[in-house]
Design a protein around this ligand. Structure first.
Ligand code: SF4
Ligand code: SF4
Length: 462
C-alpha cells in the first residue's frame, strides 16, 4: 500500500474523532491545526489532500507525545521515514542529526570550533551551510568531552571489585559532547552513594535519526547499543540514563514488537521447560507467572510477528536491555525507597522551577526528581504540571532552518508559564530543553543531578 494511503487511513481516525481540533491549539501543536484545515478544505471546497500536503504535514510533528493517541504518532513517523526513503535525506539533515559526529569533530579543536561558530560572520556562514536557523544560538563545545574525563577516571573499565550495585551508565550525546558537567555530576552522586559507575562504549541512542526518518542510521546505533548493553545485563548490570530521551528509547521504543521475536519466544519456551519439573510443587496461587508465560509462548502469540521497525535486531536482547534500563531519577528514588540513598545533603537556597520533559512523561514513572529534590534542605522547587507543555526543540529539530519558528511557537506556552513563575533557576533533565531554554529564557538552567551534587558538597563543607 502507498505511504499516502496508509497515512490517510490513520488520519481518518482523527477526522472522525475530532477531539484534537479543540484540544490542541497551535501553541501546543501545529500538526492538528494543519490537519483540520486540510480536512475542512476537502469537505467545504472539494480540495483533495495531495501527496505534497501530506509530506508537509508530517514535518509539523515534533513527536512531543502531548496528543492522546500513540498510534497517530507512530503512523506519522512511519510515513515520514517512507517519504524520506523516497526522496533521500538532505545533506544538511545528515550533518545536524549526527550530534555524536559533530561533538567528536568540534571537540578535537574546541577553541577554534567555538571561535568560528560564535563569530558572527563565520558563524552565519556555517549556519547557512548546515541548515541551522540564523536566530539559533549554537552551544559552546567544552574543552574536554566526557569520554576523555571518563578515561582519566578509569570508569571506562568495569569495576575491579565486585560491587553491591553493578551499574552501566548511558550518558547520551548531549551530555558527553556538549554538557560534560552533567555526566560528571552523575558519577559524583553515585560515588557519594558508594556506587562505582561503569561507562561502557556507546553510540547515540538513535532518537535524532529516528525523528528525521533516517532508518539506516537509527538501526546502526540501536544495533550497537543493544549488543553492548544486553551483554552487560547478562553480567548483572543495570543500565542508568541521565537523559530522558535515551531512557525512553532504551526502555520503550526498542521494545516494540520484541515479545513476538522468535529468539525471545524460544527463550521463554526454554525457561518453561526448565520450570516444568518444579510446576507441581508450586502452590496454585504462585503459578500465575508461569501461566502468563505459557500464554505468552502459546498459539495466540504465534499469530503475531516481530515485523516492526527494530525487527532486524534480536528481540531477546532488546527485551533484556529494556527490562534493565532505569531513568537516573527513578534509580535514585528506588535507592531511597530501599533506604540506601545517602541523604547527607547540605542546604541550597533559592526558588527553582522543575520542568519534567516529554520523554520522562512517556516513561510513566512520575516525577522522581521532585521527590529527590525534596530531600535537599533550603531549596523550594515548584513543578510545572499539566500535559500541554513542550519546549518545542525536539532534539535537533528546533535548530533546523525550516522548523525553528515552529519550535519557538510550540514552546511559547511553556515559556509563558515559566516566566509567570519567575524562578531563580530552572531545572530540567532534558538537555535539548536546556538548549531551548538557554535560547529563549533569562534563567540559569540545571539538571536536577547538578543540584544533588552541589548539595552533597554543601553538606561536606558544613
Ligand atoms: S489523536 Fe486521538 S484523540 Fe486526537 S483526534 Fe486523533 S484519534 Fe482523536
Ligand atoms: S506528537 Fe506533539 S507535535 Fe506531534 S501530533 Fe502529537 S501533539 Fe502534535
Amino acid at each position: 500500500m502507498e505511504t499516502e494511503d496508509k497515512l490517510m487511513i490513520a488520519l481518518q481516525a482523527c477526522r472522525e474523532c475530532d477531539i484534537c481540533r479543540t484540544l490542541m491549539d497551535d501553541s501546543a501543536c501545529l500538526f492538528f491545526n494543519e490537519l483540520y484545515r486540510l480536512f475542512d478544505n476537502e469537505d467545504d471546497k472539494g480540495e483533495k489532500i495531495t501527496s505534497d500536503a501530506l509530506q508537509n504535514l508530517v514535518e509539523l510533528c515534533n513527536f512531543c507525545a502531548i496528543c492522546p493517541c500513540p498510534n497517530i504518532r507512530a503512523a506519522l513517523l512511519e510515513a515520514k521515514t517512507e517519504f524520506k526513503e523516497r526522496v533521500g535525506l538532505d545533506y544538511r539533515i545528515r550533518i545536524l542529526e549526527d550530534v555524536e559526529r559533530m561533538g567528536k569533530l568540534c571537540g578535537m579543536v574546541p577553541g577554534a570550533s567555538n571561535f568560528f561558530l560564535q563569530n558572527k560572520t563565520t558563524g552565519n556562514w556555517i549556519k547557512k551551510f548546515a541548515g541551522i536557523h540564523e536566530a539559533c544560538k549554537i552551544p559552546e563545545f567544552p574543552k574536554h568531552h566526557f569520554q576523555t574525563w571518563a578515561k582519566s577516571q578509569n570508569i571506562d573499565k568495569k569495576p575491579a571489585k565486585q560491587p553491591k550495585h553493578k551499574v552501566a551508565y548511558f550518558a547520551g550525546c548531549n551530555g558527553i559532547y556538549i554538557f560534560p558537567e552533567i555526566p560528571k555530576a552523575v558519577v559524583e552522586v553515585f560515588k557519594r552513594n558508594g556506587i562505582e559507575l561503569f561507562f561502557p562504549e556507546q553510540r547515540c541512542c538513535g532518537m535524532p535519526f529516528l525523528l528525521e526518518g533516517d532508518r539506516q542510521r537509527t538501526l546502526e546505533c540501536v544495533q550497537f547499543n543493544v549488543g553492548q548493553l544486553a551483554e552487560l545485563v547478562k553480567e548483572g548490570f543495570d543500565i542508568v540514563c541521565s537523559c530522558p530521551t535515551c531512557g525512553y528509547v532504551l526502555k520503550h521504543v526498542i521494545r516494540e514488537g520484541a515479545v513476538y521475536a522468535e529468539d525471545y519466544q524460544a527463550a521463554i519456551q526454554k525457561d518453561l521447560e526448565e520450570k516444568k519439573e518444579r510446576l507441581l510443587s508450586i502452590p496454585p496461587v504462585g503459578r500465575s507467572d508461569l501461566w502468563m508465560r505459557q500464554f505468552a509462548s502459546g498459539s495466540s502469540y504465534k499469530l503475531f510477528k516481530d515485523d516492526r521497525y527494530f525487527s532486524s535486531i534480536s528481540g531477546l536482547k532488546r527485551m533484556r536491555v529494556s527490562e534493565h534500563t532505569y531513568d537516573l531519577g527513578e534509580f535514585l528514588k528506588n535507592l531511597h525507597a530501599e533506604e540506601m540513598l545517602n541523604t547527607a545533603l547540605g542546604p541550597i537556597h533559592g526558588n527553582a522551577v522543575y520542568y519534567p520533559p516529554c520523554h520522562l512523561r512517556e516513561q510513566d514513572i512520575g516525577e522522581p526528581y521532585v521527590d529527590l529534590l525534596g530531600l535537599v534542605p533550603g531549596i523550594s522547587v515548584s513543578l510545572i504540571s499539566g500535559d500541554f507543555h513542550c519546549c518545542g526543540n525536539a532534539g535537533i529539530m528546533g535548530f533546523k532552518v525550516e522548523f525553528h519558528r515552529n519550535a519557538v511557537k510550540m514552546g511559547s506556552r511553556l515559556k509563558a508559564t515559566i516566566k509567570q513563575m519567575a524562578p531563580e533557576q530552572l531545572l530540567t533533565d532534558c538537555l535539548s530543553c536546556r538548549m531551548q531554554f538557554n535560547q529563549t529564557l533569562p534563567y540559569p538552567v540545571y539538571h536536577p543531578i547538578e543540584i544533588l551534587k552541589t548539595s552533597y558538597s554543601a553538606h561536606e563543607k558544613n
